[in-house]
Design a protein around this ligand. Structure first.
Ligand code: AMP
Ligand code: MG
Length: 344
């Protein structure tokens, strides 16, 4: 694995393999697993966004993730696993954790729990908790199986940029910086979500919603209320149980993103912007250089980050994004991503 020696120079040769999403080729998986097991980095698809994976139990490998992304080292990583026994090795589980995992995994939800010491501090950004997720994607599942270790994987983008949802986006940010990109055109039969997982902290009595995402908050609330008579709350500003990663401006293209609102069948204060692009759920009544309209919250979420990168590449001066007011389903997570991309 000569590439790995030159890693710091960010001039490594990045292998790129298309892999079948229904029957991932064993040979390709084996090669990817070897890279992970030798402390290298492999980008791979999940049902949310592409992940940038390393052996979660190898501190040196995990450090390379932070370097490749330019990610602040106090922003902890999510460990991706493919069975509950793995979870037992990594964190302390109670009945509530087990039942949430059985209900919502595999799927776009991440649980923060008290970490066991086997997880290096690098992986958990120095915290005494760790975040775990079981992705609903066969390529990810088989890669974890082949590597036989939990895979730490943040989104496979340069820190702060829009998360990658296709090969081009991963390649744009990570070519030359990592060992391998696994990709697939349609890696989950159009079930892809396009934004990251919902993160909830269940390390203490009161469960906290740290980040809205792919799993609707109302489904988690319903389950928690019925079975444990408790509801999710948001951490307050001072809480130690906040998610470090939600402190920064994030998910943003290089061009500005501004928000507009649609109310009572009209856009509020929308102006002509012939050098700007527009994305949203309703046709704008003003002039834009490019307009993308989505039929549902789901397709808006699925295409959001891709649209950001496309508009940027096409040389538009900025993006006006309609902020949906629907907070159900993927709406809450979608709103969060649009708001944070537009934050100054
Ligand atoms: P990313 O994988 O880049 O989408 O980000 C993972 C998210 O999970 C970030 O918002 C992190 O701050 C959050 N996270 C990971 N581990 C923990 C933890 N132990 N406690 C709180 N938040 C966490
Ligand atoms: Mg990310």
């Amino acid at each position: 694995m000569s590439e790995l020696k030159n890693f710091k120079n960010f001039k490594i040769k990045t292998l790129k393999y298309r892999i079948n999403y229904l029957e991932p080729e064993a040979k390709i998986l084996e090669q990817a697993a070897q890279i992970i097991n030798h402390g290298g980095l492999v980008a791979f698809p999940t049902e949310t966004v592409y992940g940038l994976g390393a052996d979660a139990l190898n501190a040196d490998a995990v450090k390379k993730i932070y370097e490749a992304k330019g990610r602040p080292s106090n922003n902890p990583l999510i460990l991706h696993i493919n069975n509950l026994n793995q979870a037992e090795d990594l964190v302390y589980l109670d009945d509530r954790a087990y039942s949430l995992m059985r209900e919502f995994w595999p799927g776009p939800i991440t649980f923060v729990l008290k970490a066991k010491s086997i997880i290096p501090l690098e992986t958990r950004g120095g915290l005494d908790t760790a975040a775990l997720r079981m992705p609903d994607n066969k390529i990810a599942y088989k890669l974890i199986e082949a590597a036989n270790t939990p895979i730490a994987a943040p989104s496979a983008n340069i820190s702060g940029r829009p998360s990658p949802t296709d090969f081009n986006a991963v390649s744009q940010d990570m070519d030359g910086r990592i060992d391998m990109i696994l990709y697939s055109d349609n890696n989950n039969l159009n079930k892809n979500i396009g934004i990251e997982s919902t993160v909830i902290d269940i390390s203490d009595e009161q469960p906290l919603l740290l980040r809205a995402g792919g799993t609707p908050k109302e489904l988690i609330d319903k389950f928690l209320l019925k079975n444990f008579n408790v509801k999710l709350e948001k951490p307050d500003e001072q809480s130690k149980r906040r998610s470090p990663g939600t402190r920064y401006r994030h998910y943003a293209p290089l061009i500005p993103v501004k928000i507009c609102y649609f109310k009572d069948n009209n856009f509020i204060d929308l102006k002509d912007n012939s050098e700007w692009g527009f994305i949203g759920l309703h046709e704008p009544n003003k002039i834009f250089k490019k307009v993308l309209i989505f039929k549902s919250l789901e397709s808006y979420a699925r295409e959001l980050f891709k649209s950001f990168r496309e508009f940027e590449a096409e040389g538009l001066q900025g993006i006006i994004a309609e902020l949906p007011d629907d907070e159900t389903g993927v709406g809450l997570g979608l709103r969060d991503r649009i708001l944070r991309a537009s934050a100054l």
